[in-house]
Design a protein around this ligand. Structure first.
Ligand SMILES: NC(=O)c1ccc[n+]([C@@H]2O[C@H](COP(=O)([O-])OP(=O)(O)OC[C@H]3O[C@@H](n4cnc5c(N)ncnc54)[C@H](O)[C@@H]3O)[C@@H](O)[C@H]2O)c1
Ligand SMILES: N[C@H](CO)Cc1c[nH]c[nH+]1
Ligand SMILES: [Zn+2]
Length: 445
C-alpha cells in the first residue's frame, strides 16, 4: 500500500524505534519560551498598558483598559443554541456534584483522628481559548466546576472579540467577571494582576502553546491546574472497527489546529487502508481542510501492529489526551491501557460527545503528559487541609516513638512538645538523658 501518510509497521520495523517515535514530552522550544518570558515581563512591568499593546499586536484589536472588563448582560442566543448549552451545563454540573471531594476522617493506629478537609478556592481564573474558534464548550467544561465547588470569584478571560454565544455561556455557567484578553498576556494578567484586573489564586483552562507556556512559567507564583495544549487523539481499532467512524474521530481532533496530533493503531491491514481512504474522502468536505492537511502532513501517525495487545501497549506509552477504543471488547481493552487522559469506549462514543457535553471536563493532559497528569477535575477547585486530633491517651501511646524520631533527627524541641503533654515522667526522662549527654538542661514546668 502506498500512501502519503506516515505508516509504521511493527512486523517490519524495530519495535524499540517505533516506541521511541511514539514517546514524546511536551517541551516548548527555546524561542517560544523566550517570547512568552518577554510577554510576561512586559505585563508585570507595565500592567494595563502592556495588555493593550499586546492585544493590538497579537489579536489585532484596539482596546483601552476600560474595555477589558465586560459588564453588560449577555444577549440570549437562538433557542436551539440555548438548549445545547443548557444540556451540556446540566451534564457537567451533575458530574461535578458527583465528583465533589468530601471531608473525611478515620482513627489511626494509636486511636487519634486523622482526616482531610476541602475548602473551595476564593478566586480563580479560567482561560477560554478563542484564537481560531470560539470554544464555547471550554467555558462549560471549566466554569461550572468552579461554581459547584463554591468558588466565589470566577474570572474568565478569552481573546477579543469574545463571541456573543461564548459570552452568554460564560455568564450562564457562573463566571463572575469576564475580560477580553487572550494569549500569554491574559495569563500574566491573572497571575500578576494589573490596575484593571485583580490577581487570582489559581489559573485553569486549555490554550495554545503561548497560553500553556505562560502557565508553566508562572507556576509557583500562582497555582495552575495542568498544561492542556494542542488537542490529540489516538484510536485503537481491531478488525471489527468501522473505518468511517474512526476517520471521523481522527479528523475531529485534527481540525483544532496545525499542532493537533492524531494516531491510529490497528492490527488490521484492511482497517488501516479503509481508514486512510475515509480520511481522504471526509477531509475533502471539511471547512477547516487546510488545518487538517497540515496535521495529516506533520502530526499524523498510523501504526500497523501484530495484534491488539501490541496496539494497547503502545498507546499507553503514547499517553494520548483522548483514546478511542474501536474494538469488539472495549472494556477488556480499556483494562489493558496504562495511561491516557480520557477513554471513549465502543462504537457509539465519539470524542466530540465528551468535547461538548458528556460530563467529565474536556480539559485534558496532552503531549504525553497523561503519563502522569490528570484531566481537570472537581478536586482541583478546592484547597485540601489535613486534620490531626490526638487525645491524651492516644498521644501517650506513641510518645516514645515521637521521642525516638526527635532523637534521630536531633530535634529535641520536637520531642519535648509531645513529652510535655503526657506527663512529668517522660519529661524527667528527657532531662536525665540530656544531662547524661552533657546538654544544658532546660526548665520544664
Ligand atoms: N487539551 C485540552 O483540554 C484542550 C481543550 C480545548 C482546546 N485545546 C487547544 O487549545 C488551543 C486553542 O488555541 P487557539 O490559538 O485557537 O486559541 P488561544 O485562545 O489559546 O490562543 C489565542 C491567543 O494566542 C496569542 N497568540 C497568537 N499568536 C501569537 C504569537 N505569535 N505570539 C504570541 N502570542 C500569540 C494571541 O494573543 C491570541 O489571543 C488549540 O490548540 C486546541 O487544540 C485543548
Ligand atoms: N477537543 C478539545 C480538547 O482537546 C475540546 C474541544 C472544544 N471544542 C471542541 N473540542
Ligand atoms: Zn475537540
Amino acid at each position: 500500500m502506498t500512501s502519503r501518510y506516515r505508516i509504521l509497521r511493527c512486523d517490519r520495523e524495530d519495535l524499540s524505534l517505533i516506541r521511541k517515535q511514539l514517546h514524546r514530552r511536551a517541551v516548548p522550544s527555546p524561542e517560544l519560551s523566550e517570547r512568552v518570558r518577554s510577554i510576561l515581563a512586559r505585563v508585570e512591568a507595565k500592567g494595563d498598558t502592556a495588555l493593550a499593546e499586546l492585544t493590538q499586536e497579537f489579536d489585532r484589536v484596539a482596546l483601552s483598559p476600560a474595555d477589558f472588563c465586560r459588564k453588560e448582560a449577555a444577549e440570549p442566543p437562538a433557542p436551539a443554541v440555548r438548549k445545547a448549552i443548557a444540556w451540556s451545563l446540566g451534564n457537567v454540573r451533575r458530574f461535578a456534584r458527583a465528583s465533589r471531594p468530601r471531608d473525611w476522617r478515620m482513627r489511626n493506629r494509636e486511636g487519634a483522628w486523622v482526616g482531610e478537609r476541602f475548602q473551595p478556592l476564593d478566586r480563580v481564573g479560567v482561560y477560554v481559548p478563542g484564537g481560531s474558534a470560539p470554544l464555547v464548550s471550554s467555558a462549560l467544561m471549566t466554569v461550572p466546576f468552579a461554581r459547584e465547588a463554591g468558588v466565589r470569584e470566577i474570572v474568565a478571560v478569552s481573546p477579543p472579540p469574545i463571541h456573543p454565544v461564548l459570552y452568554y455561556a460564560l455568564r450562564t455557567a457562573g463566571a463572575t467577571e469576564v475580560y477580553s484578553l487572550g494569549g500569554a498576556q491574559a495569563v500574566a494578567a491573572l497571575a500578576y494582576g494589573t490596575k484593571s484586573i485583580r490577581p487570582v489564586d489559581k489559573i485553569f483552562g486549555p490554550g495554545n502553546a503561548y497560553v500553556v507556556e505562560a502557565k508553566r512559567q508562572l507556576f509557583g507564583m500562582v497555582a495552575v491546574d495542568l498544561l492542556p495544549g494542542p488537542s490529540e487523539v489516538a484510536v485503537v481499532a481491531d478488525e471489527s472497527a468501522r473505518a468511517e467512524f474512526v476517520a471521523a474521530d481522527l479528523l475531529a481532533q485534527a481540525e483544532h489546529g496545525p499542532s493537533s496530533r492524531i494516531l491510529l493503531l490497528t492490527s488490521s491491514q484492511k482497517v488501516l487502508e479503509e481508514v486512510v481512504a475515509q480520511i481522504e474522502e471526509q477531509a475533502e468536505a471539511l471547512p477547516r481542510r487546510s488545518i487538517v492537511e497540515a496535521v495529516l502532513r506533520d502530526h499524523a501517525v498510523f501504526v500497523l501492529t501484530r495484534n491488539l495487545e501490541e496496539a494497547l501497549d503502545l498507546v499507553g506509552e503514547f499517553a494520548p489526551e483522548h483514546l478511542s477504543l474501536a474494538v469488539r471488547h472495549p472494556h477488556r481493552a480499556a483494562g489493558q491501557v496504562r495511561h491516557c487522559g480520557a477513554i471513549y469506549l465502543g462504537v457509539y462514543s465519539p470524542v466530540a460527545a465528551g468535547d461538548f457535553l458528556a460530563g467529565p471536563s474536556h480539559t485534558l493532559p496532552t503531549g504525553g503528559s497523561a503519563r502522569a497528569f490528570d484531566g481537570l477535575r472537581m478536586e482541583q477547585f478546592f484547597q485540601r487541609t489535613s486534620l490531626v486530633e490526638y487525645s491524651r491517651s492516644a498521644l501517650a501511646r506513641v510518645e516514645p516513638e515521637i521521642a525516638r524520631f526527635a532523637e534521630i533527627e536531633g530535634l529535641a524541641a520536637h520531642g519535648r512538645s509531645a513529652a510535655v503533654r503526657v506527663g512529668p515522667r517522660q519529661v524527667a526522662e528527657m532531662k536525665r538523658a540530656a544531662l547524661r549527654e552533657g546538654a544544658p538542661s532546660t526548665k520544664v514546668k
